[in-house]
Design a binder for this molecule. Sequence first.
Ligand SMILES: C[S@@+](CC[C@H](N)C(=O)[O-])C[C@H]1O[C@@H](n2cnc3c(N)ncnc32)[C@H](O)[C@@H]1O
Length: 266
Amino acid sequence: MTAEDQNDIDARIQTYYGEVFDEHVRLTTRSAQGPLEFQRTQEIIREHAPSGRVLDVGGGAGIHSRALMDAGYAVEMIDPVLRHVEQAQAVGVSAAVGDARSLAFEDDSFDAAILLGPLYHLASRDERVASLLESARVVRPGGVVLAAGLSRYVAFGAASLGRPVPSPIPGEWAALIADGTPSSGLRFPAGHFHTSEELAAEVADAGLDVIDVFGVEGPAGLLLESAGDVPNDVRDAALTVARAASAAPGIRDQSAHLLAVARVPA
Ligand SMILES: C[S@@+](CC[C@H](N)C(=O)[O-])C[C@H]1O[C@@H](n2cnc3c(N)ncnc32)[C@H](O)[C@@H]1O
């Protein structure tokens, strides 16, 4: 992966989120998986960072930032996509254009940082670890960094959903499973897909003390993504399963999102 390749992904991020995909509806109305992802993510954030000043790095349309503000947190948000910054500002979030790799904030100035997006748009491990280091820099000692990855197993499931899986599996699909490399045919400007263990290792390499890696949506999330109208009792069941399986090795990777929780060493 060269710098030019990442430049290409960065340009595709601008087009994808700026013009093609409306991130504003992803967590709310687009599918039943969105509210499940939103609720579980908020639960994990609030359990591990119960109050204080939070930096939302790659905060998208500001849905998580706004909810944290409503719960009493002080929140700053950055995102490289101007449309996202404007959507967040429109709901009262203090948001600015910025990049996870270089944050315009003082050392130790937050109680927590959340990165719910940047890592899976960065193709090189060095840049992912550098971004984690940068978030760790702006969080005070003893504060918390929560960093999301996309599960490569669920990405494989999503790629094969609803169409026959060729045999033998195409080389690009095999690479996705083997080392998290995105297929070149993806509309989504992905940089990397993680396993839980790999995400934990990257967070540890940034000098953070890993508390755990949690699966966010659980094994039912992918089905909710494609199911259309989902009755409330099925949504409730999916939430119960997601909570129960969240920290279980072997099951947590069946969540679309993996959320690493780590502490900045004192
Ligand atoms: C799938 S969206 C998630 C948005 C929001 N955090 C959420 O959880 O709903 C991924 C976000 O990461 C942002 N992003 C991509 N590359 C980034 C980078 N290098 N630094 C910061 N944010 C980045 C995108 O602009 C987008 O808003």
